[in-house]
Design a protein around this ligand. Structure first.
Ligand SMILES: NC(=O)c1ccc[n+]([C@@H]2O[C@H](COP(=O)([O-])OP(=O)(O)OC[C@H]3O[C@@H](n4cnc5c(N)ncnc54)[C@H](O)[C@@H]3O)[C@@H](O)[C@H]2O)c1
Length: 389
């Protein structure tokens, strides 16, 4: 199916996505580092909870060599260095950048620090893989992409939900027109909130960039860029108990409902929060967290979009839900930095892009603006779509 037919299947006649220049900026010119079997040298900043997953994955990646670790709590960097036999560890980004050289900066710090540290790394000529969000505002995110382009490097941001076989399965059904016209979609992701760090509950933390971002990326990845956002957010738990800090005040949303109007006309709804009981384990085959509904089919993603288990399909021909796409493949949510090492070593372009990450940043910022103003917020950004062709 060509793009024209695909767009018309989704009712997109006359509104074909134009790719904004800021989105294109990071794509075409890449300096591939490695053509001779040498591994990509990786520096990881932020040696807290998520680094355990990243370092394990990177340490097994045939394209990566972890050479530098950094944390403002230096013993965390030192402990990870010991665990992964890394010679160089640092207590500050300046010392890290002045120390042993590396190619890819992997940013796993507090959400509020991402933009600032990403700017510093890009300015010193490093490729950047950033945990979500890569920046807190659309302007900051656009600046990062522009800066990367000026420096001849690239930046990418989590999450990598578009890499899962279940995402690919649903995307293929959309591409082949098997949904008919898609009218609606829903995403839901919540838990009781992290207890190990307070930044999740402080300004520019919050459940939207920590949790809703997964569904935002999945649903825009499947249905295409959004044009407007309407949202309600609030704080359900005014205080939290944090392991090393005791009681802290919650100053960013821990409860949100976001409505997205996509270019196709489809409307999707995403709910997320830090006050959701874990009535189901993450590997429960009983829950679906993403639903897509069209004039010819309904599909539910089983499990969470960052760790999906299958897709349930119903059509007028198959009245009962039929389970499909059960093969997990090699996908894991923490693979982003390893996939980038593969790209830098081989040129194999990943499915996820800086443009898509920036679109998610704009939606998240717009959701808060919608809550503040009581208004629908119109979006500027787009990204290269369909993601899976
Ligand atoms: N923990 C998870 O399971 C998980 C999963 C997916 C994504 N994430 C994302 O990963 C990021 C980190 O989350 P986490 O749970 O690992 O938090 P964390 O608090 O456990 O770790 C963050 C680490 O970054 C360090 N840090 C903060 N500012 C720094 C700076 N300026 N320079 C160097 N080090 C600095 C902190 O000292 C801390 O050790 C967040 O964006 C989060 O949304 C976390």
């Amino acid at each position: 199916m060509n793009r024209k037919k695909f767009l018309s299947n989704l009712g997109m006649m006359g509104t074909a996505a134009m790719i904004a220049p800021s989105m294109m900026a990071s794509s075409p010119s890449v300096k591939l580092i490695n053509t001779s079997g040498k591994k990509i040298r990786v520096g990881v900043i932020g040696c807290g909870s998520v680094s355990a997953y990243y370092l394990k994955h990177l340490s097994k990646c045939p394209y990566a060599e972890i050479v530098s670790l950094c944390d403002i709590i230096p013993e965390r960097a030192q402990n990870r260095a010991r665990e992964y036999k890394v010679n160089s560890w640092y207590p500050h980004i300046d010392k890290m950048l002045a120390g042993v050289d590396f190619d890819l900066f992997v940013n796993l710090t507090d959400m509020q620090e991402h933009y600032r540290l990403n700017v510093i790394a890009l300015n010193s000529g490093k490729h950047v893989w950033s945990e979500k969000p890569m920046a807190s505002t659309y302007n900051e995110g656009s600046e990062l992409i522009k800066l990367a382009s000026q420096k001849g490097v690239r930046i990418w941001g989590a999450p990598v939900v578009v890499n899962s076989p279940q995402f690919a399965f649903i995307a293929k059904q959309i591409n082949e027109g098997n949904f008919g016209r898609i009218s609606a979609a829903h995403g839901c992701y919540g838990h009781l909130g992290p207890s190990w760090s307070s930044f999740f509950y402080e300004k520019l933390g919050g459940s939207i960039p920590d949790l809703a971002v997964y569904n935002i990326t999945s649903l825009t990845g499947l249905l295409g860029p959004a044009v407007s956002v309407l949202a309600m957010t609030n704080i359900i738990s005014p205080t939290r108990e944090i392991d090393n800090k005791g009681t802290v005040k919650v100053t960013e949303e821990d409860n949100s409902h976001i409505l997205l109007e996509h270019q196709s006309g489809a409307i999707s709804h995403i709910q997320s929060g830090f006050n959701y009981t874990m009535a189901h384990s993450y590997d429960s085959e009983e829950i679906s967290t993403i639903s897509i509904i069209g004039t010819k089919a309904r599909m539910d993603m089983i499990g969470y979009d960052w760790d999906p288990l299958a897709v349930d399909v119903a059509t007028p021909a198959i009245q009962k839900m039929e389970r499909m796409a059960t093969d997990p493949g090699t996908y894991v949510w923490e693979e982003g930095a390893s996939v980038i090492c593969e790209f830098l070593a081989t040129g194999k372009e990943p499915l996820f892009s800086a443009g898509h990450a920036l679109h998610a940043v704009e939606i998240m910022e717009a959701s808060r603006k919608s809550q503040e103003t009581g208004k629908r917020i119109w979006l500027k950004s787009e990204f290269v779509w369909p993601v899976v062709t």
